[in-house]
Design a protein. Structure first.
Length: 388
């Protein structure tokens, strides 16, 4: 009996571990992201250094790199996440397609890295002088499509050669680690590519009353507490469509207690953030001016327990959920049609002990559709979908 126990305690974990390791793919190429400075001012050119390492101590391995390609899919794509630690919140991601307005499509290149060899590939943000420049070989063709105002962001890159023809010569792509790949000497790589580490990007608010970010000028006025950014000069502070950004960050700063942050990107979305003193998210909203207004929402109580979560589903419908705290149990779920004219509401009922009893199902019509400038628009009708 003791021998059997010893066998199960000693050898069975090894067998299970070996099976687990057998399902893992070998990835000798490592990507690390860093900046060339500790911090930058709004609108300043930002240099990211991508350090690519062959971690194999014995063998050389190929890597697909940017060269003169000016049309098609980017090899390196930037994503910006919020600095908060109580949630992983993707704020912005750049267009993965190159649009450099040139006729020559150019090429990518294959480079073989020797054992433990490293190379550094620089890419640039806010380098709009060279954004469309053929001679920059696309290193400057990076933008989130919206300005990065002062604050702290967590940035990472996605290396994704899948879809680029030359990559088929050196990579086997997979979307399931259980799939056996052909033994053809090619490196295994996930279909969605590799991700780098998270790199902190600190952007300081300028003391200037005029800043330029990605060739767009922003005129700044203050009431002594808030700072208002306008995309054209105004005599007086107002919150009209010309007001693009509001922040409480003073000059030469990227973070303060009770920070307030608001963006208004016309024809895209609005963005609203209230933080705890330590910088974590108390409330984040990405919303439009139409119904259903929410595109993405996270709200937390004073104990940083999530009380509200909303987002638009890939099929265009809208989902909203509220939670009971401190139990964390579901209070209500709402699924709405893309135009918001019909919503299915599920309310969860509990007894005094907090035990689930039943569901209450109902349908509501929170939005009505009107035609504005020849386009269908939804207006609010009867209910606030924010779950408050």
């Amino acid at each position: 009996m003791n021998i059997i126990k010893i066998f199960f305690l000693t050898f069975l974990p090894l067998v299970l571990n070996n099976k687990a390791f057998a399902d893992l793919k070998y990835h000798p190429i490592k990507f690390e992201l860093s900046t060339d400075k500790e911090s930058y001012y709004e609108g300043e050119k930002i240099t990211f250094n991508i350090t690519i390492t062959n971690t194999d101590k014995e063998n050389s391995h190929p890597i697909l790199l940017p060269h003169t390609q000016n049309i098609g899919q980017k090899l390196f794509c930037l994503s910006a996440y919020d600095k908060a630690t109580n949630t992983t919140l993707l704020r912005y991601t750049e267009d993965p397609i190159l649009k450099m307005m040139v006729h020559d499509t150019g090429t990518v290149q294959i480079k073989y890295l020797k054992p433990l060899e490293q190379i550094i590939v620089p890419i640039y943000l806010n380098d709009f002088e060279n954004y469309y420049n053929y001679h920059t070989q696309n290193a400057s063709h990076h933008s989130f499509g919206v300005p990065l105002f002062a604050g702290i962001y967590k940035i990472r890159i996605n290396y994704k050669p899948n879809g680029i023809a030359l990559g088929d010569r050196i990579y086997n792509y997979y979307n399931n680690t259980d799939i056996d790949l052909p033994n053809n000497g090619k490196l295994a790589i996930p279909e969605n590519g590799f991700f780098s580490n998270f790199c902190n990007l600190k952007i300081l608010r300028s003391a200037d009353t005029l800043v330029t970010i990605e060739r767009q000028r922003y005129y700044i006025k203050t009431n002594g507490y808030n700072y208002f950014y306008f995309n054209k000069y105004v005599d007086k502070i107002n919150t009209s469509d010309d007001c693009v950004h509001i922040t409480t960050l003073p000059s030469d700063s990227c973070s303060i207690k009770n920070e307030y942050f608001y963006n208004q990107f016309n024809e895209l979305y609005n963005e609203y953030i209230v933080r705890f003193d330590d910088g974590d998210i108390r409330e984040y909203r990405r919303f439009t001016n139409w119904c259903p207004e929410y595109l993405y929402t996270e709200r937390y109580d004073e104990f940083k327990k999530r009380i509200n979560y909303e987002y638009q589903l890939p099929d265009g419908r809208f989902y909203s959920a509220t939670y009971n705290q401190p139990s964390g149990t579901m209070h209500q779920e709402i699924y709405c049609s893309e135009d918001g004219t019909l919503c299915n509401v599920t309310t969860y009922i509990y007894n005094k002990k907090g035990e689930f009893v039943k569901k209450k199902l109902e349908q509501i019509e929170p939005c009505s559709v009107v035609i504005i400038d020849g386009k269908k628009r939804s207006t609010k009708r009867g209910i606030n979908l924010e779950g408050q």
